[in-house]
Design a protein around this ligand. Structure first.
Ligand SMILES: Cc1ncc(C[n+]2csc(CCOP(=O)(O)OP(=O)(O)O)c2C)c(N)n1
Ligand SMILES: [Mg+2]
Length: 531
């Protein structure tokens, strides 16, 4: 096609099926906005580029389709950086598009608006790759590569920068694709070895991470295959925080997302064969340095680098999770003589869960009761999520629990929930945030009101950074910078045009959420965290 860079960019996006963009307009990206509007692409405007990044991430996590964020040059890009780094950590496909300083801009600088020395270089350090195109012809190739990298291998965020002058200038380019890229097929010999180990295991375990999530599939195929394998081998299944919901947590062989519980880790350390699927086996889930895994380790992953991670694979299976699990289930016949699953771990887990979730149990139970099974729960990096919902609130289908796992950013939940609701308006979505976390992205209440999203935002109020306050206490130091001025959340909600409810008693919390799910506006629901 013969067109401006902006036309080529938007045509390339449309080729790859993009119909929604989360972004903030600015002087340098107006040509892109003009084309998006002309092309009928829906433009959602969060109130900060970090929110745009989280919204794109949340959209991707529930739809299984890449999320697209758009910023202007310079501060807009850097504002989105934390969201891109979070998406990198949790392997979500997010494409950040931005203009950049003009093609002939001297690196030494000349006082150009939003100028920085090397914007793409800054982003390159945080995502899978960041590329500044050098010609209009290159634009479709850069967009195509982004989508190819989401489809093949570990989906991780990328940044494509188009110099501002190229967006306005005319040139020629060829649109190509989208190509249907097939998922990575496992090596049959590796599957044979892995299946032999699983068949002979006395105490097998299956650990599922974010790579086992299939949010786009209405039929959660990896979860079903993993459970079939568990039933045939007598394995128990545990997930990481990022893998929560990849298997139905109500299944009797599933221990839930409880890796952080010491009893569950002791059990894992006693297993003779561990099948780890789509997980880094990283310490962020554990609250301590590293897993002890003396058993034989089978790793299924699309990313070859994982085979050499902290836990080197004894049997590497480089493949798509669903294909590998299908291949393994096919090689482990149902004989009926699988070892009986260990019940002790379940009892220990329950005892520890009661302890960990003690503070949250009544609230979580009331919430679970009030939310339909299909609800997407979006947790922020607050205690209500990591001491509460992750371990203590079961979710069944995939893509129903979103949490900023590895990078652990605050301010994720509200904008990610907006992205989730935009991506799947038919699903109920509920935010769980601490009073500290909420303030990191509270301005996105305006976005949710503007979009008239039915969105309960449950806020646990404890006067500030509770977790950090506890850590300070454990260190024996006085609390510094953690007891924070508390805004009146009801007035705040009203100022944004949102609804508000105080629900200190668990029954009130359940009622408030049920009511909010029927209200065509966001509702801030605050409760005082029990001490
Ligand atoms: C962007 C960012 N800044 C700082 C932190 C460090 N941090 C972790 S938890 C926390 C407190 C969060 O407060 P709140 O959301 O109210 O949850 P609470 O600990 O009170 O449950 C802080 C400051 C972080 N995780 N992310
Ligand atoms: Mg707090």
């Amino acid at each position: 096609m013969e067109a401006t860079g902006a036309e080529v960019l938007v045509a390339a996006l449309r080729t790859h099926g993009v119909d929604t963009v989360f972004g903030i307009p600015g002087t340098h990206n107006l040509a892109v906005y003009e084309e998006l509007a002309r092309g009928g692409v829906s433009c959602v405007t969060p109130r900060h580029e970090q929110g745009a990044g989280y919204a794109a991430d949340g959209y991707a996590r529930v739809t299984g389709r890449p999320g697209v964020a758009l910023t202007t040059t310079g501060p807009g890009v850097v504002n989105a950086a934390a969201a891109l780094a979070q998406a990198y950590s949790d392997s979500t496909p997010v494409l950040l598009l931005s203009p950049g300083v003009p093609s002939d801009h001297p690196r030494l600088g000349r006082g150009y608006l939003h100028e920085s020395k090397d914007q793409s270089g800054a982003l390159d350090a945080l995502c899978a790759w960041s590329h500044r195109v050098t010609s209009i012809r290159e634009i479709p190739a850069a967009v195509g590569r982004a989508f190819a990298s989401f489809a093949e291998g570990r989906p991780r965020p990328v940044h494509v920068e188009v110099p501002a002058d190229l967006l306005e200038r005319r040139g020629s380019a060829d649109l190509a694709g989208p190509y249907r890229l097939m998922p990575r097929v496992p090596d049959p010999a590796a599957l044979d070895r892995a299946a032999r180990l699983l068949r002979g295991a006395r105490r097998p375990a299956i650990v599922l991470g974010g790579g086992a999530q299939r949010p786009g599939d209405d039929e959660p195929v990896t979860g079903r295959l993993a459970m079939r394998l568990a039933e045939r081998t007598g394995a128990r299944v545990v997930t990481t925080a990022n893998g929560k919901g990849s298997v139905p947590e109500s299944h009797h062989l599933c221990l839930g997302a409880t890796l952080r519980l010491p009893g569950v880790r002791r059990w894992l350390a006693s297993c003779d064969v561990v099948l780890a699927v789509g997980t880094e086996l990283g310490p962020a889930d554990l609250w301590e340095d590293r897993f002890v895994l003396p058993g034989t380790l089978i790793r299924v992953d699309v990313d070859p680098a994982q085979m050499y991670g902290d836990h080197v694979a004894d049997v590497p299976v480089l493949a798509d999770a669903a294909l590998a699990l299908e291949g393994l289930a096919g090689r482990v016949p149902e004989t009926g003589d699988a070892p009986a699953p260990d019940d002790r771990v379940e009892r220990e887990r329950d005892a520890e869960l009661r302890e960990v979730a003690r503070r949250w149990a009544p609230q979580l139970a009331a919430l679970r009761e009030a939310m339909p099974a299909d609800t997407v729960v979006v947790g922020d990096n607050s205690m209500m999520s990591y001491h509460g919902a992750i371990v203590g609130m079961p979710v069944d289908p995939p893509g129903r629990f979103l949490f900023p796992a590895g990078y652990g950013t605050l301010g994720f939940a509200l904008p990610a929930a907006i992205g989730a609701k935009v991506g799947r308006p038919d699903r109920p979505v509920v935010v769980l945030a601490g009073d500290g976390a909420l303030q990191f992205s509270v301005q996105e209440l305006a976005t949710a009101v503007e979009l008239r999203l039915s969105l309960p935002i449950v806020v646990a109020v404890n006067g500030g950074f509770g977790e950090i306050r506890d850590e300070m206490r454990r260190r024996g130091m006085p609390p510094v910078g953690v007891d924070l001025h508390a805004p009146d959340l009801m007035t705040l909600a009203a100022a944004y045009g949102a609804c508000g409810r105080v629900a200190d008693r668990p029954e009130e919390l359940g009622d408030a959420v049920a009511e909010a799910l029927k209200t065509p506006l966001p509702t801030v629901i605050s409760f005082r965290e029990p001490g």
